[in-house]
Design a protein. Structure first.
Length: 267
């Protein structure tokens, strides 16, 4: 068993005197302090945390965070910050979406809380292990790898739809959930909803009549049958360096014919 070395009064005083603080009171030179004191970075971080807790070290204040680009936050940015924060997104992800620093996002969130624009919700409460276990036991995936029962999971875990989506994404990132959506696909539920939407949107447009087949049999000694069929074709035209290529496909994707011509119209 490794026994941790107690901090001496001299070490604590050195830490207080030589800690280099940012405008938010975050210590910038933890690595150098750890090296000088012969301790690990984690040991120094923990000691700073305890000193803050006991009032012997300045508290962090992210509302004083400096945005390197000096830009003021707009109403639309505040709305996005609030929406992403409620979904459980990290400060880094929110910052990336707005081209802002992580510390400036932290400061803005603190400011929004102080002004009452952002209130503490269940989204910011840590998920308990019981809630995570409930989610993992009951989560269901469609054939494309998408979760298809967010609403049910929200009811079981007493969480909102957005919170469930955010938690599933984080569990995928840390490898707890190995099932991932297939590239180039969408969820079956979303596809059905889109098909339903399109059916309603284009309901006023008459549907194309199905292909009809006319068969006429000619009586002759050889009992030859002649069929006349009307079919639909899909034409794809590709022009590269003046050369035109036409490809004719059947509705099922089968290539029926290819025609190539140059800029002079020669085949």
């Amino acid at each position: 068993m490794i026994r941790l070395k107690n901090w001496t009064t001299k070490e604590i005083e050195y830490l207080k005197k030589n800690a280099l603080l940012a405008e938010t009171n975050v210590v910038l030179n933890v690595e150098q302090l750890a090296k000088k004191l012969g301790r690990t970075r984690k040991s120094v971080d923990v000691k700073i945390y305890k000193l803050r807790r006991d009032g012997q070290f300045p508290q962090t204040d992210f509302s004083k965070a400096f945005d390197p680009k000096g830009r003021k936050f707009t109403d639309s940015e505040d709305k996005r910050i609030i929406a992403m924060y409620k979904k459980g997104e990290s400060y880094a992800d929110i910052g990336n979406s707005l081209d802002r620093s992580e510390s400036s996002i932290g400061g803005r969130i603190m400011r929004l809380k102080k002004t009452g624009k952002l209130k503490q919700t269940i989204a910011q409460k840590n998920w308990t292990q019981t809630e995570v276990d409930t989610l993992l036991v009951n989560i269901q995936f469609d054939e494309n790898g998408y979760c298809c029962n967010h609403t049910e999971l929200g009811r079981l875990c007493n969480r909102t739809y957005e919170q469930v989506v955010g938690k599933i994404n984080r569990l995928r990132k840390d490898g707890t959930i190995n099932t991932s959506p297939k590239n180039g696909t969408t969820s079956i539920k979303s596809k059905k909803a889109m098909d339903k939407f399109n059916d309603a949107r284009f309901a006023h447009i008459p549907k194309k009549k199905e292909d009809t087949t006319m068969v006429k049999t000619v009586e002759n000694p050889s009992n030859v049958s002649i069929e006349s069929k009307q079919i639909s074709l899909i034409l794809i035209i590709v022009i590269v360096n003046g050369q035109r290529t036409e490809q004719y496909f059947l509705p099922n994707g089968e290539l029926l014919a290819t025609k190539k011509t140059d800029s002079a119209g020669k085949q």
